[in-house]
Write a protein that binds this ligand. Structure first.
Ligand code: FAD
Ligand code: MLT
Ligand code: ZN
Length: 450
């Protein structure tokens, strides 16, 4: 039996797609920079179908590329030529919320917004949130250990994952979904699979920790002079407000670009060099507490606060529209780095010079999650010098003791620079784990390692 026939008998012929017009959207990433060509797109409905597909591919020696919502930003979800593209988008089962434990079990293909709707009916919430919520899946978030806008309060996706079910490269299923918060019985296989970017197993289900849903929310957009003021403002807010949940940073050029693309009005009558967007959440409206800290803060040049839903969304739009607005101008060289917080201001100052030395035409737009020292370095008009720009930025970041990937992962985009963030011993450990779990190298070849 050919591989395609075996796949069709596993999932039904309707869920094996080979028509290039139908499969085209699976072959290119969200940014439009990374492309491949899958021999077939296979859409299983549950763990046993995933296992059957993986077994069939392993026996045929054919590579598998794993894809969730395809919103990843490092080329990891795009197929290498002739791989089978395994789409998890039909694994959308959501178990009833376990309100006693504040946990839920979700299929890997559940989108973040579907998860939010499901758990919010029970006054619970998910601790990770970001702009791709309508498309990204919890499987993809776990595979990349996604961060986003609430890491300051709740940590990254890894901190929310209490259990996992996954199909290993030989088709066997590992299932650890009890969700025990305390469980010290050897190697942490759950944590190992989280952040492994689809290279060690295909995640099919997750047991997720939930957090209280806070009905009182206030968002402030604050104008400041520079990155150093932003960092010191966030330090002040963190110390004064236990309800602080988000602290985001963007700059005048990013705001202008967002306004050009979205038509959003000026947030303040005067322009300012830098902006911090913060959100607080608790049982009651935190606006008054937030305002009183901002009134005392000498970093603040102007500020506007909203606690109604429309007002909050209007302020978030200035920050969350950055990604789409940048891509509406052109395909950027996209980097996602972190430096120790005390070095953030120096790094922001050094970046434009470093980037223009690598590419004269380059137009950098910076924004990010300030509390984690996480900068999204987007460089427009630089695709023909992409490698030089990437190399220069990642070496600069490394010189501050930073990370070449704060939250998007390594994927195919950054594998050449892995040694800037990981020691030879760590890379050898990672390679030996990969070799032992996937000796044929069939799961996401080219992701993480060259
Ligand atoms: P995909 O893009 O499909 O896949 C991503 C990687 O995970 C690939 O390597 C893929 O092979 C692997 N993978 C996917 N599903 C599975 C699975 N079930 N089992 C094993 N491996 C799997 N990221 C952040 O961290 N913070 C942000 O604030 C943030 N904001 C974003 C905003 C926008 C507008 C966009 C487009 C992206 C943003 N991202 C952000 C990127 C982020 O990585 C993804 O949105 C999300 O984590 C990926 O989910 P996905 O389902 O789309 O995964
Ligand atoms: C964000 O914080 O908005 C995302 O990580 C997406 C991006 O980097 O463009
Ligand atoms: Zn981000």
């Amino acid at each position: 039996m050919t591989l395609e026939l075996r796949l069709a008998s596993a999932v039904g012929a309707d869920h094996v797609l080979t028509d290039p017009q139908v499969t085209a959207s699976y072959d290119v990433d969200w940014t439009g920079r990374f492309r491949g060509r899958a021999r077939a797109v296979v859409r299983p409905a549950d763990t046993s179908e995933v296992a059957e597909i993986v077994r069939a591919c392993a026996e045929a020696g054919v590579a598998i590329c794993v894809q969730g919502g395809n919103t990843g930003l490092v080329g990891g979800s795009v197929p290498v030529d002739d791989a089978v593209l395994l789409s998890l988008s039909r694994l959308t089962a959501l178990d009833p919320v376990d309100v006693v434990s504040a946990q839920v079990t979700a299929g890997a293909g559940v989108t973040l917004s579907a998860l939010q709707q499901h758990v919010r009916k029970h006054d619970l919430d998910f601790g990770v949130d970001f702009a791709a919520r309508d498309s990204c899946t919890v499987g993809g978030m776990a595979a990349t250990n996604a961060g986003g806008e609430r890491v300051l309060r709740y940590g990254t996706t890894r901190a929310q994952v209490l259990g996992v079910e996954a199909v290993l490269a030989n088709g066997t299923v590992v299932s650890r979904l009890a969700g025990l918060p305390k469980d010290n019985t050897g190697y942490d296989v759950v944590s190992l699979l989280v952040g492994s970017e689809g290279t060690l197993g295909v995640i099919t289900k997750l047991r997720l920790r939930l957090v209280p849903l806070h009905p009182g929310r206030a968002v402030a957009l604050v104008a400041v002079d520079d990155t150093a003021s932003a960092v010191s403002l966030v330090q002040r807010l963190r110390a004064a407000l236990p309800s602080l949940e988000a602290a985001e940073l963007f700059f005048a050029d990013g705001l202008q670009l967002v306004r050009d693309k979205t038509g959003l009005p000026k947030p303040f009558s005067d322009a300012h060099p830098a902006y911090v967007l913060v959100e607080c959440a608790q049982r009651t409206d935190p606006a008054e507490d937030l305002l009183s800290v901002l009134e005392e803060a000498d970093e603040v040049r102007d500020a506007t606060v909203a606690s109604d839903v429309r007002g909050r969304h209007a302020l978030w739009a200035y920050r969350e529209s950055h990604t789409e607005s940048i891509n509406a101008v052109g395909v950027p060289v996209k980097l996602d780095v972190a430096v120790p917080l005390p070095a953030l201001a120096d790094c922001v100052r050094a970046l434009p010079k470093t980037i223009s030395a690598a590419c004269e035409t380059a137009r950098p737009i910076l924004f990010g999650h300030v509390n984690e020292g996480n900068l999204h370095v987007n460089v427009l008009d630089a695709l023909d010098r992409a490698e030089q720009v990437e190399d220069a930025v990642l070496r600069l970041v490394s010189s501050y003791g930073g990370s070449i990937s704060a939250e998007h992962g390594v994927g195919r985009a950054k594998r050449a620079w892995l040694e800037l963030s990981r020691s030879p011993v760590e890379i050898a450990m990672m390679r030996s784990i990969k070799q032992s779990l996937d000796p044929q190298g069939l799961l996401n070849p080219g992701v993480l390692f060259s």
